[in-house]
Design a protein around this ligand. Sequence first.
Ligand code: ATR
Length: 289
Amino acid sequence: MEINGQTAVYGIIGNPIKHTSSPAIHNHISQAMGIDSVYVPFVANDDLEAITTGLYALGVRGINVTVPYKSDIMKYLRGNEDMAGRIGAVNTLKYTEGGYYGYNTDILGLKRELEEENISLQGRDIVILGAGGAARAVAFLCASVKPGSITIINRSGDKARRIRDDIAAYADSEGMSGLSSNINVLTSDEVCSVNGNDLIVFQCTSVGLSPGDDECVMNDEAFYSKVAVGVDLIYKPSVTGFMKYVEKAGGRAYNGLKMLIYQAVSAYEIWNDVLVPEAVIREVERKLK
Ligand code: ATR
């Protein structure tokens, strides 16, 4: 990579940021596609107004935003895409006239992964484990594709109920009659009463994240006998405790690596107005594995 006076600058802000894989993904794509740009990590502090103003003044073309700033940054944007607004979180900012514009490519990334794996959520019974920021984004994606039911299970019930109420209001506003009465909140102890026998489950808690490798937020083996597909948003370790449960019970299990790659690819495509070739995406995947 050769940096010159015309190299476009992109980056990621968050805190902590030192473990991020995003620079490796973005710089690999630029190199493979011969696009003159560079992507760097920025450790942020809480002064998001100064950060967005400063990055914009310097002409930084695009910014990814990670924990803990995905929601707080929104008030400094020119606007945001509809779904990002509903979720209340952005992870991708694009330089536009008048300010940065926000997107949620976490959701676009997960959607693209599900399409690639031929997993359709329409009409299906879905379980979401967790009710933090990631779970909230997944819940909106699920609600947008007319599932049969959504069940949210979380340690803190109030957070789960807030997501339920928000996605139910969204489903009603989109005219998905019937969905809002099929959005439920359960505790782990009530999991035996979950809807359906062919479940698609999204593991959205931080339990099982390395170094807690074999831990899992849900340890009820009877539950896993009802699971057809399990998607863990965690990608380190590559096989999580949750995935082991799913596979042991005969279901298909996926980790969060593809979602990570596709959120980056979607951001790259939004910023550069290009399509990243399949071969380059596969190279990135091999590099990260
Ligand atoms: P993210 O942005 O990655 O979603 P988060 O908003 O901090 O992160 O959410 C973390 C999720 O993991 C929450 O659902 C949290 O449960 P609470 O809402 O009850 O806090 C869940 N979580 C984290 N540690 C947990 C643990 N030891 N047991 C059960 N759930 C846990």
